[in-house]
Design a protein. Structure first.
Length: 418
């Protein structure tokens, strides 16, 4: 079975790369960015000075970067002379963070082939590597292990349905044995590793570094002038983050009928012109774009944040958070809102996200599956200050109780970096 899976992987990766190039040729934006970005990686590496070993951090996309970021910044603060190389798989991460100042080099990770793994690792010369959450790349892991480089998994979470835990999953399990240590988010992940014979010293329940990151953001969140002027005379503010059209359909009916002193800040997941136009067409109340603020902004009832990079800060102006994505592939980041001690609402596709499940259990988060359910919860909180305060307090206390993963990891890896 291992040989079969290995063969399929060896055949599948070049086939995937070929399909990616074809799709890019036909104008698919993300595919084109990835194909061109991977080519540019080799140009960047040709100019990179690898005479000093580096710390290599790999994240799939923007969300995983936010989990790896506390580790990067802790290393930068404690070891300012260490070189840091940051790689991404997805354009969604690279294009936003390609100018991240705490890394000496930011680039795409070349596709997972044995030749690419050898060439890339030769070029960056890592002394230690961190793969964030779900990143398990066979050839890169093999090459890291072969060279005796320390490899750590950060904020890793496992589920029983993953290939590692199936009877036919030996090929996948081999990758786990090659990690120096897996810093997992919860006890269930640890139990799953134990069930397949991963040695006790190969994993530690450290928690999720995202809690440290969102707490850090909240503690240092700057003022945003446009938003401050918008919420100036509002009694209650709902912040709707990473919203998709199905989220609009359950939230906008409420704001269209709400008193004028109840305001909505909506940050759509996609900010292209068509999406923003469609969003505005569903609103019956006065709205303004963040990039084109109305001169009479304080009398608008909806502010559309049609720019990126501000959502985690903007949540500080809210009393209630609505997290988008729950009517599609899955909800987005609930912690960015909950860290400000506000309760959060989200759609029904949340069960793969431990923090959302935890927020429901502690009373700081609620699942809503219809516009009627949204109305019920918003009426409850907006009409009862004690209910709102209690739910918000539970959300904030949950986030605070889960902080500390970065410190745990740094304590253990100091010996590798000193």
């Amino acid at each position: 079975m291992k040989l079969i899976i290995s063969f399929l992987y060896a055949v599948g990766m070049p086939f995937y790369s070929l399909v990616l190039r074809i799709v890019a040729m036909f104008g698919h934006k993300k595919a084109k960015l990835l194909v061109n970005g991977r080519k540019e990686t080799w140009n960047k590496l040709a100019k990179y000075d690898n005479t000093t070993p580096c710390v290599w951090v790999h994240a799939a996309s923007l969300g995983e970067f936010e989990q790896g970021r506390p580790i990067i910044e802790a290393i930068r603060a404690k070891y300012p002379n260490k070189k840091i190389v940051l790689t991404f798989y997805s354009p969604s991460g690279y294009e936003v963070r390609k100018n991240y100042k705490e890394a000496d080099l930011v680039c795409y990770l070349p596709s997972d082939r044995a030749s690419n793994a050898k060439r890339f690792i030769d070029a960056v010369n890592p002394e230690v590597a961190f793969f964030v959450k779900y990143e398990f790349w066979h050839h890169y892991i093999n090459e890291i292990s072969r060279r005796g480089i320390a490899l750590y998994g950060v904020s890793v979470i496992f589920r029983e349905a993953q290939p590692f835990f199936q009877s036919w999953g030996g090929w996948f399990r081999d990758m786990l044995h090659k990690y120096t240590r897996l810093y997992v988010q919860d006890a269930l992940s640890a139990d799953l590793l134990k069930s397949i014979g991963i040695a006790d010293d190969k994993y530690v329940v450290a928690g999720d570094t995202r809690f440290d990151r969102v707490s850090q953001i909240a503690a240092n969140a700057p003022d945003v002038d446009v938003v401050a002027r918008f919420v100036n005379n509002a009694s209650k503010v709902i912040v709707m983050g990473s919203a998709w059209p199905p989220d609009d359909e359950v939230v906008f009916p409420y704001i269209n009928e709400a008193p004028k002193d109840v305001k909505l800040i909506v940050a759509p997941h996609e900010i292209h012109a068509e999406r923003v136009k469609g969003l505005l067409s569903r609103l019956k109340v006065k709205a303004s774009l963040f990039t084109e603020p109305d001169a009479d902004l304080k009398n608008c009832q909806v502010l559309v944040v049609n720019t990126i990079g501000l959502l985690s800060t903007i949540y500080k102006y809210g009393h209630i958070g609505y997290i988008g994505g729950g009517f599609g592939v899955g909800i987005h980041n609930t912690l960015e809102a909950a860290t400000y001690s506000m309760p959060v609402l989200f759609g029904p596709n949340y069960k793969r996200f431990k923090e959302a499940v935890d927020l429901i259990q502690c009373g700081g988060g609620y699942c809503v599956s219809s516009k009627e359910a949204v109305k019920e919860m918003l009426d409850k909180w907006l009409n009862d200050a004690n209910e709102l305060s209690s739910a918000g307090k539970k959300a904030g206390e949950y986030v605070a109780s889960m902080c500390g993963a970065t410190e745990k990891i740094m304590t253990e890896i100091d010996s590798k970096l000193s």
